[in-house]
Structure formats: structure tokens, C-alpha cells
Write a protein that binds this ligand. Structure first.
Ligand code: SAH
Ligand code: SF4
Ligand code: F3S
Length: 455
């Protein structure tokens, strides 16, 4: 029997990365093996993102190319998964009739069965969100075999020694610009024991670093019972996961500042293997805009958080997300965002031009900012951030940092600091992925550091 191959192309955030791993594992049970070429695979899965219009356009144009590939190989099956699948549903098949399966964000666990159904019935299938969704408990099956890999690409997929663990799905916050509550459904948290079990399995397989994932991890356990204790929250979960034997590094993302508690900030002081790094999206430095965004915190409260975090953990590296040109953003609002950037001096930031998303409240707002103004403001913001990132990185020069090696090859090794900075090491091809070593930081660039080690 011919072995069937699958190829998953992942767009979007870490949650999608983790979902792609889950689909790959599920397909293995149905006799599929990973292929190396998107256009040659028997089953092509596009795990999609719809956070901004551009992300969605990329998917649609790739689907266009796949139409030609399917004409050559009519046995090819094409599946659209993830956030565009959830939001667009059957409309995808109307626009792209060569798509066989549209699988929403909650149904990825069923991919094997669904694709079998497509094969036996020859019919197209579209799945949708469920009301009382419970995240299935499927333990990861991984074997870390890669130790010396010279392909040093910068994809968002974590290296073999660092893995993502999803602790919750969905979002109940309805920030006015955001599609996530519509594409991922209502907020649901996984049971604490299921999460700890998953981390144990990963660490036993050689994983050194875990990132806990959710759209707003700070509200973990708020919408459903996650343990025997009714008051069990994200700080409790962090403490429990941190105690898994052999876990070197623990991180989490993402946090909405409105739910950031003192108890959680204190964790950065108390939990040894919790990395001194925090991604805390602020979105805007203007209170008027934050209000229109329905973020439910003020710039002053955000500053308070920054101050406390630095009190508990002086070496903490802060990063953020910013939306530029939200409807109604005036020069003075943008100036306030620049002031915030200069005052906090983030180690890094992700900044995006506001993008109208169908079904969101903000898409109905008046005062849309002209494209050219958005582009100008974005360029000013990013130029300033680049300068700040460089000067922040220069603060590390001359210090000794502990590095988790990700990949080693002919041209040297690449690893990460606990603050999540990429470090390139020269003259050290002896090192193996997964090793932890000390290195002296010798040089700082805008996006990475260079280091030397005695090994
Ligand atoms: N749950 C996270 C955000 C997830 S989406 C949080 O609450 O912080 C990742 C980032 O995409 C957001 O932080 C925001 O900066 C950006 N984003 C979301 N919707 C957007 C839109 N319509 N236009 C531009 N950027 C957007
Ligand atoms: Fe979107 Fe806001 Fe939820 Fe983050 S908290 S996923 S920005 S609605
Ligand atoms: Fe994109 Fe969905 Fe993640 S919209 S950012 S893939 S939750």
C-alpha cells in the first residue's frame, strides 16, 4: 500500500503552531507520514490566521496556487484549518471549490476521522464551533533526535528542546479590533493535572523549556473548574508546572494587562525556573484609544505593572504589541504611544497597522486613519524601537549569560538566553542542541547577541 503524505503550512501565532503538531500526531495514527513538498503531498493542510487582512490574503493566494497542483494530481486533498477556516466556514468552499475540508479551531483533534470521511464519501466537509467545548487531553508523542542541525532558519516554530503547551482556548474579552473571540470561541481552560502530565511527558523526552499558551493566560481557570480547589488560578499552575523535575525554563504568553495580579508578578521573584521575560501587550499609549479598544486598563495602570515587575525581577525583559492607527487615533494619541515606548524602553515590540476585521466592533467605527498616515506612524515607531532594542541589547555586552543551545552547525551555534534573546556563538561546533552553557556576550545587534564560550 502506498504511504500517504501530508504537509502542514502554519500561519499565525504559537497556538496554531501547537495545533499543527496535534494534527500531525493525529494523522500519524491514520497512516499518514510527513512529506517534504507542499505541492507533492497527498494531503495539504493550511493552518490559517485571520488576525489581520494580510494574513488572510496570503492563505487565499496559496489556495489559488494549489488549485493548479490539484488539477495535475486530482487525488490531492486540501484542508483549510485554523482561524480563517473558523471564520469563513463554507464561504471558503464557495470561493475555492477545490478545498475538501474546512476544519474549525476546535475540531483539529478529529482531523484523521474527518479526512477519512472525505475519502470514503467524496464529499466536502465544513465543521464549526461547539457550545460546551472541552479541550481533549491528548498527550504528545515526541522523540527528540535532532542534536546537530545546521539549518538555522528563523521560523517561529520552537526548536526541539523548547515546546509549547496550550493551557486554554478561546477568549471572552472582545477587544473591539480582534477576531479571536469569533475564531477560537469562548474561553475554556484545561485541567491542571492534564497540563502537568503533558509537561512531564515532554520533559521526559528531553524538552528543557516549556511555554504555556493561551490568549489571556492571566484568566486561567476563571470560566471552568480546573482543579479540586475552587480558587486555583494561573499563579498556582505556574508553581505546579515549575516543579516538574528536569524543567529548566518556563515561559508563558499572552497576558492581558487588565488581569495581571500582584500574585502573578510575585512569581517572577519566587519561581527559579520562570524566565525573566514578559510579553505584555499594551496596544496603545493613549487612554482614549485604550477605551475604544475595550482593553479595560489605563496607561497609568500599565506603568504600575511595569514598575512592580521590575521591582520583583530587576532583570526582566519586557516586550509588547502595539496597534498603530486605530480608528480615531489622532497625532496626540500617537505621541502618547511614543511617550510610552520611550518611558518603558521595551526590549522589543511587535507593531502592526490597524486592520479592519469583519464582524468586529471597531470595523464599524468612524474616523478610520488613512493608510499613508498609518504607514508613517508605524515607520516612526519601529525606527525608535530598533534604537531602543539595540541599546537594551548593548546592556548585555560583557555579561555572562546562560544559553540553551538550539542548533549547532558548521557556522557556529545558536541558542537563547533566559530573557529570550537569540545568541550566536562562534567556534563551538562541539555543542549539542539542548545543552545549557555559559557564554560571555561579546557583541550586540538589533535583533540578536553574539557570545563566546570556552567550550
Ligand atoms: N491575546 C493577545 C493578542 C493576540 S493577537 C492579547 O490580548 O494581547 C496578537 C496581536 O495582534 C495583538 O496583540 C494586536 O496587537 C494584534 N492585532 C489583533 N487584531 C488586530 C487588528 N485588527 N489589526 C492590527 N493588529 C491586530
Ligand atoms: Fe483578542 Fe483581546 Fe482576546 Fe487578546 S484579549 S485575543 S486581543 S480579544
Ligand atoms: Fe491568528 Fe488565530 Fe492566532 S487569528 S494570531 S492564528 S489565534
Amino acid at each position: 500500500m502506498k504511504i500517504k503524505t501530508f504537509y502542514i503550512k502554519t500561519f499565525g501565532c504559537q497556538m496554531n503552531e501547537r495545533d499543527s503538531e496535534i494534527m500531525a500526531q493525529s494523522l500519524g495514527k491514520f497512516g499518514y507520514q510527513p512529506g517534504t513538498d507542499l505541492y507533492e503531498a497527498d494531503l495539504v493542510i493550511l493552518n490559517t490566521c485571520s488576525i489581520r487582512a494580510k494574513a488572510e490574503q496570503k492563505v487565499m493566494s496559496l489556495l489559488g496556487y494549489l488549485r493548479k497542483a490539484k488539477t495535475k494530481n486530482p487525488a490531492m486533498r486540501i484542508c483549510v484549518a485554523g482561524c480563517v477556516a473558523q471564520q469563513e466556514g463554507g464561504r471558503i468552499i464557495k470561493r475555492m471549490p477545490h478545498v475538501d475540508l474546512v476544519i474549525g479551531t476546535q475540531n483539529i483533534y478529529k482531523i484523521g476521522t474527518l479526512i477519512e470521511e472525505v475519502e470514503t464519501t467524496g464529499k466536502q466537509i465544513v465543521t464549526s464551533l461547539e457550545d460546551d467545548y472541552v479541550i481533549p487531553h491528548v498527550l504528545p508523542e515526541i522523540a527528540i533526535t535532532k542534536s546537530n542541525d545546521s539549518s538555522m532558519d528563523d521560523s517561529i516554530a520552537p526548536p526541539a528542546y523548547a515546546k509549547f503547551v496550550t493551557i486554554m482556548q478561546g477568549c471572552n474579552n472582545y477587544c473591539t479590533y480582534c477576531v479571536v473571540p469569533y475564531t477560537r470561541g469562548r474561553e475554556v481552560s484545561r485541567k491542571n493535572n492534564d497540563i502537568v502530565d503533558e509537561v512531564k511527558v515532554l520533559v521526559r523526552s528531553g524538552v528543557k523549556e516549556i511555554t504555556l499558551l493561551g490568549q489571556n493566560v492571566n484568566s486561567y481557570g476563571r470560566t471552568n473548574k480546573v482543579s479540586d480547589s475552587a480558587t486555583y488560578n494561573f499563579s498556582n499552575l505556574l508553581r505546579d508546572v515549575s516543579q516538574v523535575e528536569g524543567l529548566e525554563r518556563l515561559r508563558f504568553t499572552t497576558s492581558n494587562p487588565k488581569d495581571l495580579t500582584d500574585e502573578l508578578m510575585q512569581c517572577f521573584k519566587d519561581i527559579k525556573n520562570l524566565c525573566p521575560q514578559f510579553h505584555l501587550p499594551v496596544q496603545s499609549g493613549s487612554n482614549a484609544i485604550l477605551k475604544k479598544m475595550n482593553r479595560k486598563y489605563s496607561v497609568e495602570q500599565y506603568f504600575d505593572h511595569v514598575e512592580h515587575l521590575r521591582e520583583y525581577c530587576p532583570e526582566i525583559a519586557l516586550t509588547t504589541d502595539v496597534i498603530i492607527g486605530f480608528p480615531g487615533e489622532k497625532d496626540e494619541d500617537f505621541d502618547a504611544t511614543m511617550k510610552l515606548l520611550n518611558d518603558v524602553r521595551f526590549h522589543g515590540s511587535f507593531s502592526f497597522k490597524y486592520s479592519d476585521r469583519p464582524g468586529t466592533v471597531a470595523s464599524t467605527f468612524e474616523g478610520k486613519v488613512e493608510e499613508i498616515v498609518k504607514s508613517e506612524r508605524l515607520a516612526i515607531f519601529q525606527k525608535r524601537q530598533d534604537k531602543i532594542s539595540l541599546s537594551r541589547n548593548q546592556e548585555y555586552v560583557g555579561t555572562i549569560k546562560r544559553i540553551l543551545i538550539e542548533r549547532c552547525g558548521k557556522d557556529g551555534c545558536r541558542g537563547r538566553t533566559d530573557t529570550n534573546h537569540i545568541v550566536h556563538l562562534e567556534n563551538c561546533s562541539e555543542l549539542k542542541g539542548g545543552e545549557m552553557i555559559d557564554a560571555k556576550i561579546s557583541h550586540a545587534g538589533q535583533h540578536s547577541l553574539q557570545g563566546v564560550t570556552s567550550k
